[in-house]
Design a protein. Structure first.
Length: 136
């Protein structure tokens, strides 16, 4: 795209003026007594956990909630698979589908438990003082 002389002059002037103001006001912005932690504390609501990790941390709460939901869904799917198996009436395709439903629900529980264990192990290994990732 071609610009005229006026467009080039305006672009150069804008760059010079914005650079001047950023140099002029940067010390005032960085000289404040506020830290990043002050900003985090200001955004922190009442009743929310203060830590991301630990027994009452956000990650622990989320992973426990997800494990609970997955466990409940797996129990429901195992019951559903059992009902399909009972109601299959000896049809080979229905029996196979019911067995697969039960098998996939059990595999889902195992994968969820392994994922939970891996997350706790990694958090325990990376964060000092978490006691190896155990939730007490």
């Amino acid at each position: 795209m071609r610009r005229g002389k006026f467009g080039t002059i305006m672009t150069a002037t804008t760059l010079v003026v914005s650079s001047f103001f950023s140099i002029l006001f940067a010390p005032a912005l960085f000289a404040s007594d506020f830290t990043i932690q002050d900003g985090v504390n200001a955004a922190h609501g009442n009743g929310q956990p203060a830590d991301l990790f630990g027994g009452a941390g956000v990650f622990t709460t989320i992973s426990s909630l997800m494990l609970y939901i997955i466990g409940a869904l797996s129990v429901i799917m195992i019951i559903f698979g059992g009902l399909r198996y009972v109601l299959s009436g000896g049809n080979t395709a229905s029996v196979t589908a019911a067995k697969n439903t039960i098998l996939y629900a059990i595999v889902g529980v195992v994968v969820a438990l392994l994922a939970y264990a891996v997350v706790n192990f990694v958090l325990g290994a990376l964060l000092p003082g978490t006691g190896g990732g155990t939730n007490v």
